[in-house]
Design a protein around this ligand. Structure first.
Ligand SMILES: NC(=O)c1ccc[n+]([C@@H]2O[C@H](COP(=O)([O-])OP(=O)(O)OC[C@H]3O[C@@H](n4cnc5c(N)ncnc54)[C@H](O)[C@@H]3O)[C@@H](O)[C@H]2O)c1
Length: 669
């Protein structure tokens, strides 16, 4: 076979010659085998669907191969078509493209699939166990080819990983429009995902996986650090600090891997259990967790030592988190903060490993006997909740980390409901912390990627952002001084925290004013040559406006509208015509298929006047859409924020709620 260079391979798309068969690599983690859900006829349909990407004379070779993948893994990944070049984000100038905006999107896609970044890279899964960038390698190859040829007068439409094609549009339009897992509402049950994903017609895009905006666990470290710091502020006296106090949690995967780092930043002892030894070792090698321990007796001894010395340290326990909760109780080890970041948005297919089974036994059972596995998970969740309840009775502050822990525990019959039988016993981190302290004021996980791939550019952007935030803080009202201080500290220390995995990216919580002013300063720095290449802006979907999720991002909405998804839909449409380079809207993401509608954007700053106009218009809407909705829901912090915004922004006129006295309602019914 002809050895082609990187650019030529991208431009070729699906190879013209059938490439040799490729085996799966044992050096990377693989997605669990999905359950067999298709009938014989449906399996034939899945093969027919997969073969439509390829010329007919390959079908007799590929059909049995894809059938074997489907039988073995429950999905058709088309391993044979993995490209032979290394998968990682390159400098923007290395991509073959007609427009730098398309090249920027290629960079972001490759970053999401980089084995150093992605959870199951060969199955095109970035994080969360099932957060897919594409369903199969043919979709990847075709998408990259389309991006390499598109102009600024075309838009690429992607249906759950499948590139439907390039359509004529305009310079003002997004270059790419992505939907992931959008279903007719009645077809959004967990098994619908299993079935339609196996058929090759939909995928679970999580939040930043299928929208090409994942930047490794750094993306979440900042939010997690803010959450842990503020949780400690809630439970400690003003003269106490978190040193020597325990934060117990679970998960060292895609997002959960940020917890030990966040704990170190907050200054406590973090105990983080992880059943998958590969995941734990990966985070340890990357410096995200300080020590690995696989024996509970040693863990207890080490924790006691750390407590007695008031250490700031993070300990990964390779084993089940339920064991830690139970054994720490017996040992009288007081836990100040408790949470959980197992992937309970995906409880039956590898998101949660039940206590009592080894990692391997669980993987086998979920595949061989899914019903028996489900019972094990439910038993484990009840035991897990019982152990937590014992600790909270002693004073531990437990919060749900938006991973559907309380939801799935309650569905399993665990003792987690409040007395009114409607609410949970424990708050979610958004209800208590992130909602009122951040989202309602517009603070959320703004991020950027330096497309040159140069560390010097990242350092310059850090310095620019720090300067802008300090400037904003001088005039900011008292209500947001704490947030600004935390974010200033974060960006000042970001580099020394060694946060970069994959592309040269940075996350920084900022409000509408901060995001726009930072972006404007970047655009000017590109124009005047201070930065050597375009900067790509984006955010997590886990934000003020992009996500309607009743148990997470919108769990602190109390006007009954938390089960609606109007805000997320307005956001994606609104961003798309205000200048986003790409937009995405997903079903699922974080808390699970059918449980959330979430969207995001990417925006390329190239130093042009067009970029300046677009960033001002789009970033403003992208944040203030959600503040308006939060204000309409009568959240006091959001009412304050939107009033302030109306005072300083011409053309903004938002419907404001009238508050009702309780006594007006008292004897009505
Ligand atoms: N970090 C955040 O800010 C944030 C915010 C909202 C929601 N979440 C949620 O947190 C969850 C985790 O996300 P992720 O990307 O890390 O997922 P992930 O699947 O990459 O990681 C979860 C890890 O938990 C481990 N695990 C499962 N059951 C376990 C058990 N009983 N004991 C110990 N370890 C166990 C798994 O092996 C896996 O490595 C998701 O549901 C996500 O939506 C995170």
């Amino acid at each position: 076979m002809l050895i082609m260079d990187f650019k030529a391979q991208i431009q070729m798309g699906i190879p013209t010659e059938l490439p040799p068969k490729k085996e799966r690599s044992s050096a990377v983690s693989h997605a669990p085998n999905r359950k067999q859900i298709l009938s014989k006829e449906e399996k034939q349909l899945a093969i027919r669907n997969a073969l439509r990407y390829f010329p007919a004379d390959w079908h007799s070779v590929l059909a049995p191969e894809f059938a074997e993948e489907l039988q073995t893994y429950g999905r058709i990944y088309m391993y044979r078509f993995q490209p032979s070049y290394d998968m990682h984000a390159r400098a923007i100038s290395d991509y073959p493209a007609q427009t730098s905006h398309a090249a920027a999107i290629m960079l972001m896609i490759q970053n999401n699939l980089d084995p150093a970044v992605a959870q199951h890279p060969q199955e095109l899964i970035t994080y969360g166990g099932n957060g897919a960038v594409f369903q199969n390698w043919a979709q990847y190859l075709l998408t990259m080819q389309y991006l390499s040829e598109m102009t600024n007068e075309q838009t690429l439409h992607i249906y759950s990983g499948h590139p439907m094609g390039l359509f004529p549009s305009s310079k003002e339009a997004p270059r790419v429009v992505v939907t992931n897992g959008m279903m007719i509402p009645n077809y959004s049950k967990q098994d619908d995902w299993e079935k339609y994903n196996a058929l090759g017609v939909t995928q679970y895009g999580q939040m930043t996986a299928g929208s090409y905006m994942y930047i490794g666990p750094q993306g979440i470290v900042h939010g997690t650090a803010i959450t842990v710091m503020n949780a400690f502020r809630k439970v400690l006296k003003s003269d106490e600090n978190p040193n020597g106090k325990i934060f117990l949690t679970a998960g060292l995967g895609g997002m959960s891997g940020a917890q030990p780092k966040a704990g170190n930043i907050a200054g406590c002892i973090t105990i983080c259990a992880e059943v998958n030894p590969l995941a734990a070792k990966k985070r340890h090698e990357q410096g995200w967790v300080d020590e690995l321990i696989d024996d509970i007796v040693i863990l207890i001894a080490r924790t006691k030592e750390a407590k007695s010395k008031n250490e700031v340290v993070s300990l990964a326990f390779i084993g089940n988190v339920v064991t830690v909760w139970e054994e720490f109780y017996k040992e009288n080890l007081f836990i100040h903060l408790g949470s959980d970041q197992t992937s309970l948005h995906n409880p039956w297919a590898g998101g949660y490993y039940p206590v009592g089974l080894t990692f391997e036994e669980s993987n086998e059972l979920m595949n061989q006997d899914p019903d028996a596995f489900k019972i094990k998970v439910q038993d484990s969740l009840r035991r897990h909740a019982d152990a937590i309840n014992q600790h909270t009775a002693r004073g531990t502050y437990f919060f749900d980390y938006g991973n559907a822990f309380l939801l799935e525990a309650s569905r399993s019959g665990a003792d987690v409901m409040a007395e009114n039988k409607i609410d949970f016993k424990y708050p979610s981190y958004v209800q208590d912390i992130l909602g009122p302290m951040c989202f309602d004021y517009g603070f959320g996980p703004f991020r950027w990627v330096c497309s040159s791939g140069k560390i010097e550019d990242l350092q310059k952007t850090d310095a620019i952002a720090l300067r802008v935030l300090k400037e904003i803080k001088k005039e900011a009202p008292p209500e947001i001084q704490q947030q600004l201080s935390d974010n200033i500290k974060w960006i000042a220390e970001a580099e020394q925290n060694r946060l970069v995995v994959g592309s040269k990216a940075r996350i920084l919580y900022a409000d509408a004013e901060g995001r726009a002013k930072i972006a404007l300063a970047f655009n000017e720095a590109i124009e005047n040559g201070e930065l050597s290449a375009p900067v790509i802006l984006g955010r997590d979907h886990h934000d003020v406006s992009g996500t309607d999720s009743p148990y997470r991002e919108t769990s602190n909405i109390y006007d009954g509208s938390k089960f609606t998804a109007d805000m997320a839909i307005h956001n994606v449409i609104g961003d798309s015509f205000r200048g986003a380079t790409w937009v995405s809207i997903h079903n699922g993401g974080g808390v699970g298929w059918g449980e959330v509608t979430n969207g995001g954007f990417g925006m390329v700053l190239d130093g042009s006047k067009d970029a300046e106009r677009k960033l001002k218009n789009m970033l403003f809407y992208d944040v203030n859409n959600g503040i308006s909705r939060r204000s309409w829901a009568r959240n006091p912090e959001a009412m304050l924020a939107i009033k302030r915004e109306m005072e300083r922004t011409e053309n903004l006129k938002v419907t404001f709620p009238t508050l009702v006295e309780d006594n007006i309602l008292e004897n009505l019914f």
